[in-house]
Design a protein around this ligand. Structure first.
Ligand SMILES: [Zn+2]
Length: 170
């Protein structure tokens, strides 16, 4: 990788660290650890982490919470000039919301082999048939994001195996 690319990626890494802090909060709350922030310039205008368990809401993904928070902060339904940072590749639902938000750019960490909809299974944010396309930067701080997810699922397997971890899903 060239040094100019490294320089370009430094602000992305800094913002991704804020998203990783959100993911760590999710981890501590027993949620699948995914975190997101929306930046406009150097300012965080929205943040969120996965709250599916707490809210008992399958739509309470980090990205949707961060996008909603950003719209609320800015008083707009259009996130032109903003970038969404999320620790894991968005699912189809969130990738759709990213398009509807008309955000400029998506930066994500780890690829999601099971549900990724921003390059792995689909590439919804760049589908030319939709009326808005989003620049994508992938793999930023991907190892830290993937490590957090691996630690979460390893712990959940241990709890399930020992029989004292509450309901076992799947
Ligand atoms: Zn999602």
């Amino acid at each position: 990788m060239s040094s100019s690319l490294d320089a370009l990626s430094t602000p992305h890494r800094l913002a991704m660290k804020a998203a990783l802090r959100e993911a760590e909060m999710a981890f501590e709350e027993g949620e699948v650890p995914v975190g997101a922030v929306v930046m406009r310039g150097t300012q965080v205008v929205g943040r969120g982490h996965n709250m599916v368990e707490r809210l008992q809401d399958p739509t309470a993904h980090a990205e949707l919470l961060a996008l909603t928070a950003a719209c609320s902060t800015l008083g707009t339904k259009v996130l032109e000039g903003c970038t969404l940072y999320v620790t894991l590749e968005p699912c189809p639902m969130c990738a759709g919301a990213i398009v509807w938000s008309r955000i400029d750019r998506l930066v994500f960490g780890a690829f999601d082999e099971k549900a990724g909809a921003a390059s792995t299974l689909y590439n919804i944010p760049q589908d030319p048939r939709l009326n808005h396309r989003v620049e994508i930067v992938s793999g930023v701080e991907a190892e830290r994001s993937a490590d957090l997810l691996r630690a979460f699922f390893a712990r959940r397997r241990v709890e399930a195996a020992s029989g004292d971890g509450g309901p076992v899903d799947g």
